[in-house]
Design a protein around this ligand. Structure first.
Ligand SMILES: Cc1cc2nc3c(=O)[nH]c(=O)nc-3n(C[C@H](O)[C@H](O)[C@H](O)COP(=O)(O)O)c2cc1C
Length: 409
């Protein structure tokens, strides 16, 4: 049962009727576990013990831990719809001084690499179109759909890919901050990588990047499939969601994200705004967001709702296009989420095509917006909940995502 992109959009639409029909309340005690853990007997290396691994501690990390309803409440450097974090990170390490060559899981809680399997003349390279061994790191990002579908049902499809885009942008920014470079992989068709990586049927590798270089020695296919460890403590499978994610080709594109000198700090201090105070906004920073470059697949329409030094109304391609007060309309579009009425500007992210990959690119762009805002002391929040059909008011393209921007409270 495979959904094409048109069906995915139709089946995941939010409409006023669907919202009104939502009668169930979530039992937070039944939330599936947020982090995957490999068995205790696996060899582990602290990311802080070896200099060459330090960058991995910024890639995906816990940046806030509180107790909510007697349970730990983690927040990470990357935002996530509903704070559900349906992603995991794996790293193949080869010829890195002081580190056993092998395939590792990034354990975000303990800030360790956990060795799943050693490698020698074998590895994942052949799945990615490389016939020689790749020296350095191959970072594989997987999606665990149930973490998100537990709350959002099939609409989780959108959030998994938007979240993935945020994580890819964080990878890109982290790598560059450490003076390293990403190597683009070419794609090899098929599900072989998932099987070899021991992903089972609850998790799918969705994007892969190299940091290092292709060597001269040939590589063989992995001698043994990796052990299979469930990514959540329980699961309820949604065949439509899983098969759609399983059948989506790996995302291998590269986008430059803005580099900031204070990246190490803003990567950890960024939070999603829960309230805005428009009068606190740094308007020149908000204005500068209008000039930010946008991936070719996307169209970004900015709606300025409150400002002293900018015209209120609609901006297309960074240019002012239509004057007006759209505060009520935009707040209503975004499911009437009250705090949005206090924002200075909402960026509406459309794409020419409604695909998994355009959602990833929307997430990449939005993470760049998050970091730009944090650098300038401005608040923002990704908004994945909106009435799809009302979003068509301002563009013929489908609306994928929005980011509300405003003065910090
Ligand atoms: C794809 C995506 C969709 C989101 N949608 C909403 C939303 O509709 N409303 C909202 O208030 N926050 C939304 N958020 C923000 C999350 O609630 C927030 O990232 C999460 O609670 C974690 O908090 P943090 O970003 O401060 O770490 C979204 C974030 C992402 C990445």
């Amino acid at each position: 049962m495979y959904l094409d992109n048109f069906e995915v959009r139709e089946e995941t639409l939010l409409t006023p009727l669907k919202i009104a029909q939502r009668t169930t309340f979530l039992e937070w005690d039944s939330q599936p576990t947020l982090f995957k853990h490999y068995p205790h007997f696996c060899y582990r290396i602290s990311l802080h013990d070896i200099e060459a691994l330090e960058w991995l501690s910024q890639l995906r990390c816990i940046t806030s831990l509180r107790t909510v309803a007697q349970k730990p409440y983690y927040q990470l450097n990357v935002p996530s719809a509903g704070n559900l974090h349906p992603l995991e990170v794996y790293v193949q390490v080869r010829n890195v001084s002081g580190v056993l060559c092998g395939i590792y899981h990034l354990d975000v809680v303990s800030e360790q690499l956990v060795l799943i399997q050693e490698i020698e003349d074998d590895g994942v390279e052949l799945y990615l179109g490389l016939t020689n061994r790749f020296n350095g790191f191959m970072v594989m990002l997987s999606i665990v759909p149930f973490r998100s579908s537990w709350k959002y049902g099939l609409r989780a499809w959108r959030y998994c890919y938007l979240d993935l885009g945020h994580q890819i942008a964080a990878l890109n920014a982290t790598v560059r901050h450490y003076g390293l470079e990403l190597t683009k992989m070419s794609h090899y068709e098929g599900n072989g990588l998932n099987v070899s990586m021991g992903m089972g049927d609850e998790e799918y590798i969705a994007a892969v990047y190299g940091i290092g270089g292709v060597g001269t020695r040939p590589v063989k296919i992995l001698k043994n499939n990796l052990m299979c460890v469930a990514p959540t403590n329980y699961t309820m499978k949604d065949d439509k969601l899983s098969s759609s994610i399983r059948n989506t080709p790996l995302y291998l594109e590269e986008y430059d994200v803005t580099q900031w000198n204070d990246y190490a700090q803003i990567n950890r201090s960024r939070r999603s705004a829960r309230e805005f105070i428009a009068s606190n906004a740094n308007e020149s920073a908000i204005d500068s967001l209008l000039q930010k470059s946008v991936p070719n697949s996307l169209e970004v329409i900015a709606i300025v709702m409150q400002a002293h030094s900018m015209h209120l109304g609609i901006y297309r391609n960074g240019e002012f296009s239509t004057a007006g007060n759209y505060q009520d309309e935009v707040t209503q579009l975004l499911l009437g989420q009250r705090f949005i009425a206090g924002a200075n500007m909402v960026l509406l992210i459309y794409a020419q095509q409604f695909t998994a990959h355009s959602h990833i690119e929307a997430g990449i762009y939005a993470q760049d917006v998050y970091l730009t805002c944090e650098h300038h002391g401005v608040g923002c929040s990704g908004i994945g909940a909106f009435y799809d059909n009302e979003g068509s008011k301002w563009s013929n393209n489908p609306l994928l995502y929005a980011v509300a921007v405003g003065g910090k409270s």
